[in-house]
Write a protein that binds this ligand. Structure first.
Ligand SMILES: [Zn+2]
Length: 82
């Protein structure tokens, strides 16, 4: 198996990458380098931001669903009380 030496996109440290690896975490600075072809690319903050906003969107959907469920439950309880 071929071992390539690539540079960390963040700190420039040499990284030994085997051919099958797609991601390598820099042992010096901890940045995840994504290997695309022969060039490593640090995961951009844009990708991390997109992942964060997606989890926020899921949180909002779950929250709204729960709120509606609670409201329906309260209406049923109030209906039964009369
Ligand atoms: Zn590094």
């Amino acid at each position: 198996m071929e071992i390539k030496t690539l540079k960390c996109q963040n700190c420039g440290a040499p990284l030994k990458v085997s051919e099958s690896e797609e991601r390598i975490i820099c042992p010096y600075c901890g940045v995840v380098n994504v290997v695309i072809g022969d060039v490593p690319a640090a995961e951009t903050p844009d990708i991390i931001r997109a992942q964060k906003s997606r989890s926020v969107a899921i949180f909002v959907v779950v929250g709204v669903t729960l709120l509606i469920a609670i409201m329906v439950f309260v209406f049923i309880i109030m209906g039964l009380a009369h």
